[in-house]
Design a protein around this ligand. Structure first.
Ligand SMILES: CC(=O)N[C@H](C=O)[C@@H](O)[C@H](O)[C@H](O)COP(=O)(O)O
Length: 243
């Protein structure tokens, strides 16, 4: 197993993301969040944008799973939609790059297969150019497939991804719509696929995160329940206002 994947095994990955307009938006805040997550025992961070990836990697010293959310008028795909986005994250220091690997139509009529071919070609160029300070063998990014169903996980494995994440279960029209995490998908993927499976999406208690490992997950990503203070505040405030 790849050294980095071995380091993630059984661990907590904290997603540190904020949207424009939110109080915590900005690389400075996200890097502080990541340091707090590290101090609490996180083994890696999931981050949005090359800027946040670079700041978090530098300030927390933890491995970063980089994504870049972008919206398009012709597609519902928004997590790292293009090969150029993958390479920008990689150049910013992402150890792993996660991207939408659902079966939904992609922006500008592109396909996942051609995106991966492009990334492989770019990776070769980067190694030749010694663009990064890291040694050449460390210059190849690991690619994480953000999927929503078992079928998409199987297809992503066949395409050559390095790990799978259940990120998008509940966020595509055809996947299971659950208020809690999709533990069943974790169990099925772990049974059917050889790749490490990351449990992600709505793990909002330590008990649920632990259940994911029991279901076969390699590691668990937690975002909202740790790093979205306005959402957590709203849950408390709403409960009080219902009295
Ligand atoms: C669906 C989607 O766009 N998920 C995003 C992926 O990066 C993030 O907004 C989530 O916070 C992340 O997946 C962690 O999940 P949760 O916040 O539920 O612990």
């Amino acid at each position: 197993m790849h050294e980095l994947l071995a380091k993630l095994r059984g661990g907590l990955i904290v997603s540190c993301q904020a949207y424009p307009g939110e109080a915590m938006y900005g690389s400075h805040h996200m890097a502080a969040m990541a340091r707090a997550a590290r101090d609490g025992g996180a083994v890696a961070i999931r981050a949005n944008s090359p800027q946040d990836t670079a700041a978090i990697r530098e300030q927390s010293g933890l491995p970063v799973i980089g994504i870049w959310k972008k919206t398009f008028p012709d597609s519902e795909v928004y997590i790292t939609p293009s090969a150029e986005d993958v390479m920008a994250l990689f150049a910013a220091g992402a150890d792993i790059v996660a991207l939408d690997a659902t079966s939904r139509p992609r922006p500008n009529g592109g396909t996942l297969k051609s995106l991966l071919e492009k990334v492989r070609a770019f990776s070769g160029e980067i190694r030749r150019a010694e663009f990064m300070n890291d040694p050449p063998q460390a210059a190849l990014p690991l690619l994480m497939a953000d999927i929503s169903t078992l079928e998409e996980g199987i297809a992503a494995e066949a395409l050559g991804f390095d790990l799978l994440s259940t990120t998008l279960s509940g966020y595509t029209s055809y996947s299971r719509q659950e208020s809690g995490p999709d533990l069943e998908l974790v169990a099925k993927l772990s049974e059917r696929c050889r790749l490490p499976v990351i449990a992600e999406g709505r793990y909002d208690t330590p008990e649920l995160a632990s259940e994911a490992l029991s279901a076969g997950a390699h590691a668990v990503v937690v975002g909202t329940a740790i790093t979205r203070p306005h959402t957590l505040t709203r849950i408390f405030a709403q409960k009080l206002s219902e009295r």
